[in-house]
Design a protein around this ligand. Sequence first.
Ligand code: SF4
Length: 263
Amino acid sequence: MATVPPNFPELKQEQLKPYLHDTIAVPDELQGNVLITTLDKVYNWSRKSSMWPLLFGLACCAIEMIATAASRYDLARFGMEVMRPSPRQSDLMIVSGTVTKKMVPAIVRIYNQMAEPRYVLAMGACATGGGPFKEGYNVVSGIDKYIPVDVYVPGCPPTPEALIYGLLKVHQKVERQSILTVPWYRKDQSEFVPVPRLGPDIFDPRQVELIKETTMKKPVAASAAAVSGGDATAHAAGPKAVSSKAKAMMEEAKRRAAAKQSA
Ligand code: SF4
């Protein structure tokens, strides 16, 4: 059976200190029964003490995340021992592992399904910036290109201690927020993140204007320069127009596919 340390009252007072009101003091005779604090402190304390993580392991980092939740490291002491399988009941998405292009639309969709307030922790080199697969054809260089990340935990893989440190940083962020300014109580402040479209190369719909500008305007400008006797290499600047022969081949392929389907 656990014994109470002799300095228990002092320890308790020390732990309570951050939650007490800065200026209003409680008379000595009421110290045992009355505690004065602010709404922000109670609100944030309750949120950070019961933060429910979303189960989201993508690769090897997930093993460390699982170890963090197991008995040796024990996430239960932070009130977050159960990884929720449903985004609607989760506060914290721990993206742990390699983020492939195929996975990004699913991650963003799940992020959008999480109720506010929601936080994202990018665990490991892969989720943070692509990691060892950064230049790979199927890996994105960091999940923060698609959803807002609150805390990054470096490492390949990060140890459970590193993940716990990252979780404490999320708690600190929660403690700094104020009920007066948090976006989820303000009209039109809660952001829905557009789900990226998986194509030959995944793109972020928020950047569509920029992509159009850099991929479509260049060839137009280049062909205009070539027609007016400008730079002979201008055509190399962008994609060429599809030839009529190629168009006919595509039409023929479409026709064959349609015939096969209806057969
Ligand atoms: S950061 Fe390292 S350990 Fe983590 S998923 Fe990537 S390769 Fe695996």
